[in-house]
Design a protein around this ligand. Structure first.
Ligand code: NDP
Length: 287
């Protein structure tokens, strides 16, 4: 007696979502552009539609998880969306989500955008920490909450359809910085340090210990006092950056991943903010 839904897109993420809904007993209609990806899901109980339009017609709730904004345009071009609740889990920009919301409403559908904060192995695994950010129609979120909560946790972040994408991309951008740091770190170690497998636990421990730095920055931004609670001053850190850059040089490693950030720290210091932390860099970034 669980509600039926339709899912368009059976890539790595779409297939994981499909399996979670099937395992929870939801009748599920699926569609994928290329053949082959639907067959294993059919064996697990999914109904396979031949066309995207046919898949849309099968359910009131239509979830889309395709590569990008353009692929959603392509897939939904011939579908009748009147009276449908459309949930788009495709990663995109805030402006793309707002455009999709207007596009869906023009076609008679209610719209909810989603940003998946999980990788496929975290989907359908309670306690994995994976969740989906949602924004747009609160009515759609409330009406289908129990279905949406099956594959991952849910977090509604506002009526503006662009809000989920904004928060999604903010988190992914921080992750990108972390990946850059991890890459530079391993490049240094490769020139004579521990084997990567022995260094990795040190790296994870250090990044974990440093992550709450985000709370201090938040507190500084909210109070407007960028020196609040500072124990490592910008003046000291810029001095330390010289050691980071010189070590890269000594080890024969390009510093190109570090220098964009160290240059911003120097600019902020030159503006007379040596007693602050790094929050002032955010002012330099904001156009
Ligand atoms: P995949 O590359 O595994 O799958 C892409 C899907 O999009 C396939 O179903 C593919 O169909 C379909 N597709 C691509 N182009 C078109 C098109 N022009 N028309 C119709 N269908 C098309 O990607 P994922 O499943 O990993 O990712 C899907 C979305 O989920 C992305 O927006 C991604 O950013 C997001 N996401 C993914 C995460 C991950 O770790 N994988 C994590 C968080 C979000 P076909 O089989 O025919 O090629």
């Amino acid at each position: 007696d669980k509600p039926r839904l339709t899912l368009l897109g059976l890539g790595a993420m779409g297939s994981a979502l499909a399996r979670a809904w099937l395992a929870a007993g939801h009748p599920l209609t699926v569609w994928n552009r290329g053949p082959g990806r639907a067959a294993p899901l059919a064996a697990e109980g999914a109904a396979v539609a031949r066309t995207a339009a046919g898949a849309v017609a099968a359910s009131g709730l239509v979830v889309v998880c395709l590569l990008d904004h353009a692929s959603v345009d392509e897939a939904l071009a011939g579908a009748d969306l009147r009276g449908k609740d459309l949930v788009d889990l495709t990663t995109g920009t805030p402006a793309q989500a707002r455009a999709r919301a207007a596009w869906a409403e023009d076609r008679g559908a209610r719209f909810l955008d989603g940003g998946v904060m999980a990788v496929p192995p975290m989907i359908g695994v309670p306690g994995s920490g994976g969740y989906v950010l949602y924004s747009g129609s609160r009515a759609v979120f409330d009406a289908h909450h129990d279905v949406l909560a099956v594959p991952a946790g849910t977090r509604y972040v506002g009526q503006d359809p662009g809000s989920a994408a904004l928060h999604d991309v903010a988190l992914l951008s921080a992750m990108t910085g972390m990946f850059a740091g991890v890459s530079h770190s391993f490049a240094l170690i490769r020139g004579g340090g521990l084997p990567p497998g022995e260094f990795a636990p040190l790296l994870v421990g250090w990044l974990t210990a440093m992550a709450p730095y985000a709370y201090r920055v938040a507190d500084q931004l909210e109070s407007g006092d960028y020196a609040k609670g500072v124990t490592s001053s910008l003046a000291m850190m810029v001095q330390g950056n010289a050691t980071l850059l010189r070590t890269a040089e000594e080890q024969g490693v390009s510093a190109e991943l570090l220098t964009p950030f160290t240059a911003l720290m120097e600019r902020r210091l030159a503006g007379g903010h040596g007693d602050e932390g790094t929050a002032g860099v955010i002012d330099l970034l904001t156009r």
